[in-house]
Ligand binder design. Structure first.
Ligand code: UD1
Length: 416
């Protein structure tokens, strides 16, 4: 089992360029199936979730080539409606293949998804919306079978602005007959990225980034070249690495607009941040300030995917901080691990109370999910002594060369 071993106490200094967004590349790769031609996708992060998606696309018949961060997919050769079960279980976001396959083939058979263990993560909103587009759905023995002789546009109100459900509706709606409207749509930058990809390929989608998205169905999508947006969560994680080590890091290839909520909370914690549209410099504080309240919420609120990393930072702040997790039910699995390192955290339902301690100390800890794993790496960077983090396959789902990048910034971390 691969582990990270981190020697804490080094100040991180230097420059880093941020890779493409995991949560954009996955739906966009799914979308390439709809395109009966070639898609060339640039700024693709070489992370494990990307590799799983590549395997799935290959197994359903796509021809794929990759040179560095550029991937070309020929989806003319798709020849099955069955999505491989073991791969779907490895990655929850494979559920967005439903919308894409329905657009492409009119049917799909997929197993219930896996992914991070951060709550029940149901897919009721996806299924309800697809039914409204004319899809017949049969659920049996852990599989979902979907069929639509013709996808038909409809007016869909989401009970919650689910990112994945919004994407699935866009993917199913892009070639549906007539007009599809999504109300209470998710507004995340990755939704805008998906709209931009689909429109560049010939789709007619308007309004992504607001809570109402309108889709005019088109007959086909054509070959396209597209560049993925930078990963805002990866950016936020390296910013927190600067913050927790009293370091000084310059981030390049970012969209500052996408990380305003993260910037705002890191400033409250005492960081100095100077930015323009695509780069920023962050200087961590000598004394980390406690933050009265952080509440995760859909974009543009504070991202749930940055909750664990911020918690690591606040464990060594100068007072008591509160974090409320409103998006996922069970996203505090990093708490017992941080506690093993000396943090003082108590949780009541979805609220964590973090009482700042003077220092963390190295310990053997386990990554329980993707972002929780990142929070343990951050804690290890600040801790006295050696921290061993196992199950880092979770972290590698979403961070490209995390250890190498941190070493380039002066950290002592190795993967064994
Ligand atoms: C996406 C992101 C994930 C991020 C999350 C919230 C990808 C690949 N993943 O996940 O990193 O943490 O957005 O920003 O883009 N829900 C239901 N029923 C549904 C769908 C969702 O109850 O049918 C609930 C979920 O259980 C969760 C909440 O809605 O509590 C948010 O989920 P959603 O926005 O769908 O997140 P994902 O698309 O899974």
């Amino acid at each position: 089992m691969t582990r990270y071993i981190v020697e804490g106490g080094r100040r991180l200094v230097g420059e880093i360029s941020i890779s493409g967004a995991k949560n954009s590349v996955l739906p966009i790769l799914a979308a390439t199936i709809i395109n009966n031609g070639f898609s060339t996708i640039m700024n693709v992060p070489f992370i494990n979730d990307f590799k799983i998606m590549m395997k799935i696309l290959t197994m359903i018949g796509c021809k794929i080539s990759r040179v560095g961060d550029i991937v070309t997919i020929n989806s003319k050769t798709v020849d099955t409606i069955n999505i491989p079960e073991d791969l779907v279980r490895e990655m929850r976001s494979s559920i967005i293949l439903m919308g894409a396959m329905l657009s492409r083939c009119g049917q799909v058979k997929i197993s219930y998804p896996g992914g991070c263990e951060i709550g029940p993560r149901p897919i009721d909103l996806h299924l309800k919306a697809l039914k409204q587009l004319g899809v017949e759905i049969k659920e049996s023995y852990g599989f979902i079978e979907c069929k639509a002789s013709k996808l038909k546009g409809n007016d869909i109100l989401l009970d919650y602005p689910s990112v994945g459900a919004t994407e699935n509706i866009m993917l199913a709606g892009v070639k549906a007959e007539g007009i599809t409207v999504i109300r209470n749509a998710a507004k995340e930058p990755e939704i805008v990225d998906l709209q931009n990809y689909l429109n560049k390929a010939g789709g007619k989608i308007y309004g992504a980034g607001t809570s109402v998205i309108k889709i005019e169905g088109v007959n086909e999508l054509k070959s396209v070249e597209y560049t993925i947006i930078p990963d805002r969560i990866v950016a936020g994680t390296y910013m927190t690495a600067a913050a927790i080590t009293n370091g000084e890091i310059v981030l390049k290839n970012i969209e500052t607009e996408h990380i305003q909520s993260i910037i705002s909370k890191l400033r409250e914690a005492g960081c100095k941040i100077y930015s323009n549209c695509t780069a920023l410099k962050i200087v961590g504080p000598k004394e980390i300030q406690a933050i009265e309240s952080i509440k995760t919420s859909p974009y543009p609120g504070y991202p749930t995917d940055m909750q664990a990393q911020m918690m690591a930072l606040l464990t060594i702040s100068n007072g008591t901080s509160l974090i409320s997790e409103t998006v996922f039910e069970n996203r505090f699995k990093h708490v017992p691990e941080l506690t093993r390192m000396g943090a003082n955290i108590t949780t009541i339902d979805r609220v964590a109370v973090i009482k700042g301690v003077k220092k963390l100390t190295g310990a053997k800890v386990t990554a329980k999910d993707l972002r929780g794993g990142a929070s343990l790496v951050l804690a290890g960077l600040a801790a006295e002594g050696t921290t061993e983090i196992d199950n880092i396959f979770h972290t590698e789902r979403g961070y490209e060369k995390l250890d190498e990048n941190l070493r380039n910034l002066g950290a002592i971390i190795k993967k064994v």
